[in-house]
Write a protein that binds this ligand. Structure first.
Ligand code: ADP
Length: 444
């Protein structure tokens, strides 16, 4: 995909040579790949005027329509082609997506089957799943053999931390409360407004900002069990009999409801499928989505799916559809007040002299929660050594924390914000990253 400067150059070239078909077609493709959908649509139209009847150009135009949810327009563009026997199969797949978008599941399934039977290479597993879920997710029957945690390496635990252990982050806590906790704690109120528990929340932000900590705390707050599926577990799923493991993990959550099922570094699983070379990975994603959706709306009742990612921009749009991770919550790096609060929590059970946590917080700009934990751990270690030499307990002081902070060089927050800045400035047409704007203003 071209960067902004490349696109600008291409636009300029196309403006100067409006009759150059390969150029216009290339520009249209780049615009589509970059997500500039209405501009891509205009370019494809222009290209089609130069080469009426070119199926690749029509495919691009229809794709641009479908991605803007203009399903009717996509179908009208495709119809003349589809009416001819032996039409290019790839057009049939786009038509199937448009039909599905219009709610015509039967027509979409017919179209899709026809296209794939003529050319299996055009198959689209996500679409196939939406048309005919491969393995309907049923509730776990009472006689189901227990899924040993050993099978997946994943287990359900009780969480002892609650929101009281999470410093600051009031906005994030509030969002989680409304989405996850209230429907379970006050079902009548939710039912009265025709709302039900379900769907998931995806938290994103710099590494170490406290996403995992929050997920665990949400489980504790709810008195729910907690299942932490980390990157290693996900990668194991790629290698092993992945679909079965994924299903076993969801079933484990269903048997332990109420349960918070937490997928850390979900971008590893949910990287845009277009980026995935291997059909196997795509199948894992589709299985994940099928499990998440469930066969019916009760399949995952009491299972709250939370996910965390440092790279929300890599997450496939299919993950963000309604009923899935339809809420994206930014977990910001802690500001000075939050840092002081985190330090207070981290030092809670330690022997302390009189502490000036605010001073340490001021000296730890750009430190994430995990970095602060590192500072406290190092200071405590040093104190332990001193206590052993002195033969008595020497309490931790503000100076100890300041010294440990001076020796630390955390870079994760700054690097993350620099990456985020690129997305806010160059790939924010949909406004998805508006929330980040105040955080990147001082970043170069
Ligand atoms: P992430 O999942 O975002 O990478 P973690 O949740 O693993 O970050 O955070 C690392 C550690 O930092 C946590 O285990 C916790 O001890 C500490 N921490 C982070 N944020 C907070 C917070 N708001 N309050 C208390 N501790 C925090």
């Amino acid at each position: 995909m071209l960067d902004d400067a490349g696109l600008r150059a291409l636009r300029e070239a196309a403006r100067l040579s409006p009759e150059n078909l390969p150029l216009r077609r290339h520009l249209a493709e780049q615009l589509l790949a970059g997500g500039y959908l209405s501009e891509a649509e205009a370019e494809y139209r222009a290209a089609l005027r130069l080469a009426p009847g070119d199926p690749d150009i029509v495919a691009g135009l229809a794709e641009a329509f479908v991605r803007q949810s203009s399903h009717g327009a996509a179908l009208s563009a495709l119809e003349p082609f589809l009416a001819v026997p032996g039409y290019p199969p790839q057009l049939g797949v786009i038509a199937a997506r448009a039909l599905l978008g219009e709610g015509d599941t039967v027509g979409a399934a017919q179209r899709y089957r026809d296209a794939v039977s003529r050319d299996p290479a055009v198959s689209d597993t996500d679409l196939a799943v939406r048309l005919e879920p491969p393995q309907p997710v049923t509730d776990v029957p009472a006689y189901a053999a227990p899924v040993s945690s050993g099978e997946t390496g994943v287990e359900a635990v009780r969480s002892r931390v609650t929101f009281a252990d999470v410093a600051g982050m009031d906005t994030v806590k509030e969002a989680l409360r409304i989405k996850l906790l209230l429907p379970v704690q006050q079902p009548d109120l939710f039912a009265a407004f025709g709302k039900r528990a379900g769907g998931g929340v995806m938290m994103y932000g710099p590494p170490g900002a406290g996403k995992t900590h929050l997920a665990r705390a949400a489980a504790g707050e709810l008195g729910a069990s907690f299942i932490d599926v980390g990157l290693a577990d996900i990668l194991d799923m790629y290698i092993g009999s992945s679909e079965r493991n994924l299903r076993a993990t969801f079933n484990l959550a269903r048997r332990n409801r109420p349960c918070v099922l937490f997928f850390d570094e979900v971008d590893a699983l949910a990287a845009r499928r277009a980026d995935m070379r291997q059909a196997h990975n795509r199948q894992l994603v589709n299985q994940f989505l099928a499990e998440f959706d469930g066969v019916d709306e009760r399949a995952n009742e009491g299972v709250l799916v939370l996910a965390a990612t440092n790279a929300p921009w890599y997450v496939d749009a299919a993950f963000r559809r309604p009923g899935r991770f339809d809420q994206l919550v930014f977990v910001p790096p802690p500001d000075v007040a939050a840092r002081a609060a985190i330090l207070r929590i981290l030092c809670r059970d330690k022997p302390l002299a009189e502490m000036d946590f605010d001073a340490v917080a001021r000296a730890t700009d750009q430190f994430a929660g995990a970095d602060l934990k590192g500072v406290v751990d190092r200071a405590v270690e040093a104190k332990l050594q001193q206590s052993i030499s002195a033969g008595r307990l020497v309490p931790l002081t503000t100076q100890d924390l300041l010294a440990a902070a001076r020796n630390a060089r955390p870079t994760a927050v700054r690097e993350w914000l620099a990456t985020a800045r690129n997305y806010v400035l160059h790939a924010n047409d949909s406004g998805a990253w508006d929330e980040l704007t105040p955080w990147i203003k001082d970043i170069r």
